[in-house]
Every structure is written in C-alpha cells, then in structure tokens.
Design a binder for this molecule. Structure first.
Ligand code: CO
Length: 305
C-alpha cells in the first residue's frame, strides 16, 4: 500500500484564518447554547460511559483511547464544554459548541470549517437508553470529540467542513453525507493488521461496537472516496458495509488529493451502489454474508446504539 509517512506532519501546520461568516447566516445559530444538567442527567452520562468504556479495549482505535484520556471524559457527569474546549484548543485548535438540536447543513459545515464541533446539549432519557432518534451529548461528545485531539484527524474534519460548501454549490450533499457516514460515523481502521473502530456512530453504543468488528454479516472493504460517495447507507439500523482506512494520514490524503469538484461533476444525483454491494474493483477484507440484511434487520424505528 502507499507510504503516507512522506506527507508533512500536519501537527505543525498553522491554523488557517476563519472563513468569513456567510451572508444570511443568523448569529443565533452560532451562539453556544450551554445548559445545566440535573443530577439524574449526570447519572445517565455516567452509566452510558461505564457501559461503553468496558468495551473499548480491543475495539476502539488507539487515537480514540488517547483522546478519551487526554480530555478526561470519565471524570464524572456530563463533561463541561468549556473545559473540553480549552484542552482541545491547545492541542489542535478545535472547540466544542453546544447546540440544542440538529442544525442546518450549511451551519454545520461553517462550524467544522472553522474547527468548531457542534454537539447536542441534551441527553437521552432512561427510556431511550438503547435507541435514540437524534444524536445527544453522549453520542457527540463521547463518540466524536476524543478524535479531535488527533492532529491529522482534526485536519480531515476541517477539510470536510470546507468541502461542504462546495457540495452545496453542486447540489451533491447526499454524496458528501455518505462520505461522512462511512468515515466519521462508521469508519474502521487497520491497526497492527487488526481492525479497530474510529467511527463515532459505532463507538457511542455497545451493539455495533461488537457487531462492526465481529459479525459475519457485514462487508468490510477498503475505503475509496469515489466509491463511498456513490454508496447508499442505512440510517436507522446496523450497517451492511463498513469501510476501512489504514491511517488518518491516508484518509486525509485520499480526500485532499482527490478534490471534490471532479467527483461532484461526475456524480449522478442518486446513489449508484446498494449498501450491501461488494464490487470487483473493491479491496475486500471480509465479504459479508448479509444474513442480517436478508432477515430484514431490526425493522423500522430508531437505530440501536
Ligand atoms: Co455523529
């Protein structure tokens, strides 16, 4: 495989000046919506954390483990956004912005392009312990934020935010969303020849943490940016296919080098490949039996976490 060690160390690259605020973007969207949590809500965080941290060894990638440690997310209760942001800023120039709900795509991209990660400020109830409809503070902070301590991953996320503006221009948001889905949310990474998880959608819940690495049903295929942006995905259930990278350098390199304009120009509006597809051109680590899909998954409703 390609040797990506020759790429200059991104950790030393300076943080670029923020993009100008686009016309028509209301300041309301950019104001951090900090809120206080009840004792019961802090306890829900603690229980989710305790359940998930148990599963991390042998499943989560090493950069994620390092990030959890650096940010001390297990210190007790829902973490303080200011404290996390202060630590993150010193490491990679990122910060975390609490938001009350899912935000519009262009606001999301604007934040990412400026190294701000929007995180839901609400936490699931006990009744939603295993199935949630919208990403809450546990998914966003536990799942996404640890990797923002990694300089290369941090640069990828900024580049993704910038790419978002181009996708809006070309009307290809669906394709760019597929890339986010199969990397940031559900990505796997090779670590000393073993597969590990870096996707936040997997790492914030126990079911898929085990399923993504150990089940026979899903495909595990090496990431190709063009291929992924043409592939349909599952929103409310376990994935039929996971895409694998060999390092965050590779991920950054593949997306930066490829550029998005040529892809957007060549894409059809819909998805070309089914989520269960394994192509002749794929580098396949595991060809899934797709038995889970054939059984119809878990039916409709929120996704298992
Ligand atoms: Co997410």
């Amino acid at each position: 495989m390609t040797d990506y060690s020759q790429i200059p160390d991104l950790a030393s690259s300076v943080y670029v000046a923020p993009l100008r605020k686009p016309a028509g973007l209301a300041d309301d969207w950019l104001e951090p919506a900090q809120r206080r949590y009840t004792v019961a809500e802090h306890r829900i965080w603690d229980e989710l954390y305790a359940r998930q941290i148990e599963l991390m060894p042998g499943h989560a990638c090493r950069e994620f483990m390092l990030g959890l440690e650096r940010l001390d997310l297990g210190r007790g209760g829902v973490p303080d956004f200011d404290a996390i942001s202060e630590e993150l800023r010193s490491l990679t120039g990122w910060s975390v912005v609490p938001v009350p709900m899912l935000i519009p795509d262009h606001v999301f991209y604007y934040h990412l392009a400026n190294r701000r990660f929007p995180a839901g400020n609400f936490i699931r109830t006990r009744e939603q312990f295993d199935y949630i409809q919208e990403p809450d503070v546990f998914h966003d902070v536990y799942g996404h934020v640890p990797l923002l301590t990694d300089p290369v991953y941090a640069s990828y996320m900024e580049a993704y935010g910038r790419a978002g503006w181009k996708a809006l221009k070309y009307n290809r948001l669906k394709a760019l969303s597929a890339l986010y889905w199969y990397t940031v949310e559900f990505g796997l990474i090779l670590e000393d020849d073993a597969l590990r998880i870096y996707g936040a959608g997997i790492l914030s819940g126990p079911t898929e943490t085990v399923y993504s690495l150990e089940a026979e049903s899903p495909n595990r295929i090496h990431l190709s940016v063009d291929r992924v942006m043409r592939t349909d995905y599952t929103i409310s259930d376990l994935q039929a296919t996971y895409f694998v990278i060999e390092s965050f350098r590779e991920l950054f390199h593949l997306t930066e080098q490829r550029g998005f304009e040529p892809i957007y120009e060549s894409l059809a509006p819909g998805f070309q490949y089914a989520k269960t597809a394994a192509l002749d051109t794929d580098h396949i680590y595991h060809r899934g039996t797709q038995e889970y899909e054939l059984r119809g998954g878990r039916g409709s409703g929120a996704r298992p976490v």
